[in-house]
Design a protein around this ligand. Structure first.
Ligand SMILES: Cc1cc2nc3c(=O)[nH]c(=O)nc-3n(C[C@H](O)[C@H](O)[C@H](O)COP(=O)(O)OP(=O)(O)OC[C@H]3O[C@@H](n4cnc5c(N)ncnc54)[C@H](O)[C@@H]3O)c2cc1C
Length: 374
C-alpha cells in the first residue's frame, strides 16, 4: 500500500512510522526546510510545552491518553528522547465553585476509566508539594503524568521513521487531491497513492479548502515562556488563573495565554504578548512563590473544532485527516498517530467518536479554551 503523509509534526511522523512498520510504502511531505532528525519543522509541535498526562474524563480520550503515555515511556532513552515522570496537580481557587464542581465530576469519570487521579484536600496538597494552597477551594493530582522536550520527540520519531523506510520530501508544500487520493507539488500530481493522510496542523483547514472540502477547524494563538530560576515542584494547572507550569531544564516552563480568535496560519504574531507574561508572573508568584526571570517567551497555534474533539479518520475515500487537537495534540500524538495508521491499514482503530464525517464542514462555532474544566 502506498501512503502519502502530509505534515511532519508529531502526529504525521508518528503515523508515518507506524504505517511503515505495517509494511506500507510511505512518503512524508513537509513544507518546512529542515532536517527532521535534528530540528523539527516550525509547526506547533516545535512550540509545544510538552505537558503529558492521561487525565481525561471520556472513555476514548482516556484510552488514547493512556496509550500515548505508554508509548512515551517505551520510547524514553531512544534517539535522544527522554520522558520525565512528574505528577500533574490541578488547583481551583476560592470562590470558583463552578470549576470545583466540574473538577470533582471530571475526576469521578477519569477514575471510572481507570485513570490514576484523585481529588486531594488543599491542606494535604500543601503538605505534599511546595505550593501555596491556603487560598484553594479544591485540588486533584494525576500521578500518571510527566513532561518532555517536544522537539526531541519529533526528532526521535523522524529517526525511527527513516530507519523504518519512510521517504522524506522536505521543503515541499503540497496540495491534496481527492478521487483518486493524491498530492500535488506546484499543481503537478506526484506518484499515485492508495491513501493520503493530512496532518498539517494549523494549515489543515486551508489544505482541504484548496481541495474544495470544508472542514470545521479554526487555528488560534496560545503562548508559553521559560524562566531561569530553579523550580522543584510538580506540574500544575491553576484552573482559576488559567495557567499551567512545569519543571524545565532552565528552571520553569509556563503557559496558556489563549487568544480565542481565529488566526491566519501564515500570518500570526510569533512573540508572546506582554499581558501573558504579566499573568504568568503573577500566577507563578502566588501559587509557587516563584520569581520569574524570563528566558524566552513565544506563541504558537492550536486548532479548535466545534465539539472540542479532533477530526481523526477517513474524510473522503482514501483521504484521511488528523487535526483539531484543541491544545492536546502533542501529548496524544503517539496514540492518535498509531490509531490513524491502523485505520489506514484497514485495522480496527477505536476512534469512531472522532470520525471527521460527523460534521458537514460549515458549522459556526466559538473557539473554546482547551484546558478549561467546564
Ligand atoms: C505554546 C504551545 C504549547 C502547547 N503545549 C502543549 C502541551 O503541553 N501538550 C500538548 O499535548 N499539546 C500542546 N500544544 C499543542 C500541540 O503543539 C499540537 O496539538 C501538536 O503539536 C499538533 O501536532 P501536529 O503534528 O498535528 O501539527 P504540527 O506540529 O503543526 O505539524 C504540522 C506540519 O505540517 C506542515 N505543513 C503544513 N501545511 C503543509 C503542506 N501544505 N504541505 C506540507 N507540509 C505542510 C507544517 O509545516 C508542520 O510541520 C501546545 C501548542 C502551543 C502552540
Amino acid at each position: 500500500m502506498r501512503v502519502a503523509v502530509v505534515g511532519g509534526g508529531a502526529v504525521g511522523l508518528t503515523a508515518a512510522y507506524d504505517l511503515a512498520t505495517r509494511d506500507a510504502d510511505v512518503t512524508l511531505f513537509e513544507r518546512g526546510e529542515y532536517d527532521p532528525s535534528s530540528t523539527p519543522a516550525d509547526g506547533s509541535s516545535a512550540r509545544a510545552a510538552g505537558v503529558l498526562y492521561d487525565a481525561y474524563a471520556e472513555d476514548v480520550d482516556a484510552e488514547i491518553g493512556g496509550r500515548a503515555l505508554e508509548r512515551f515511556r517505551e520510547l524514553s532513552g531512544e534517539d535522544g528522547f527522554e520522558f520525565h515522570g512528574c505528577p500533574y496537580v490541578i488547583t481551583v481557587g476560592e470562590g470558583d465553585e463552578t470549576a470545583a464542581e466540574a473538577l470533582g465530576a471530571s475526576v469521578d469519570r477519569m477514575r471510572v476509566h481507570g485513570r490514576d487521579v484523585s481529588v486531594v484536600d488543599p491542606a494535604e496538597l500543601g503538605s505534599r508539594f511546595p505550593l501555596r494552597t491556603d487560598d484553594l477551594l479544591a485540588g486533584a493530582v494525576a500521578d500518571n503524568a510527566g513532561w518532555t522536550d517536544p522537539a526531541s520527540y519529533v526528532s526521535a520519531m523522524a529517526a525511527k521513521a527513516r530507519r523504518a523506510g519512510v521517504a522524506f520530501e522536505i521543503g515541499q508544500s503540497v496540495s491534496v487531491r481527492v478521487d483518486p487520493p493524491g498530492v500535488a507539488v506546484d499543481d503537478a500530481v506526484t506518484k499515485g497513492f492508495d491513501a493520503v493522510l493530512v496532518a498539517t496542523g494549523a494549515h489543515t483547514k486551508q489544505v482541504f479548502a484548496e481541495a474544495g472540502i470544508a472542514v470545521p477547524l479554526k487555528p488560534y494563538r496560545v503562548q508559553a515562556l521559560t524562566g531561569r530560576s530553579a523550580y522543584e515542584g510538580p506540574m500544575v494547572y491553576d484552573a482559576t488563573a488559567g495557567v499551567y507550569f512545569r519543571p524545565h531544564p532552565t528552571g520553569v516552563l509556563a503557559g496558556d495565554g489563549t487568544v480565542p480568535v481565529e488566526a491566519d496560519p501564515d500570518e500570526w504574531k510569533r512573540d508572546a504578548d506582554d499581558w501573558f507574561v504579566d499573568d504568568i508572573r503573577t500566577a507563578l508568584g502566588e501559587r509557587a512563590g516563584y520569581d520569574l526571570d524570563v528566558a524566552r517567551a513565544w506563541a504558537g497555534l492550536c486548532v479548535a473544532t466545534p465539539d472540542g474533539d479532533p477530526l481523526l479518520g477517513e474524510l473522503r475515500s482514501g483521504v484521511f485527516v488528523a487535526a483539531g487537537w484543541q491544545g492536546h495534540g502533542f501529548m496524544r500524538a503517539p496514540a492518535t498517530g498509531e490509531a490513524i495508521a491502523a485505520q489506514i491499514a484497514g485495522e480496527s482503530a477505536g476512534i469512531t467518536p472522532f470520525d471527521p464525517r460527523r460534521f458537514s464542514g460549515d458549522e459556526a462555532f466559538e473557539i473554546r479554551e482547551g484546558m478549561a474544566l467546564d
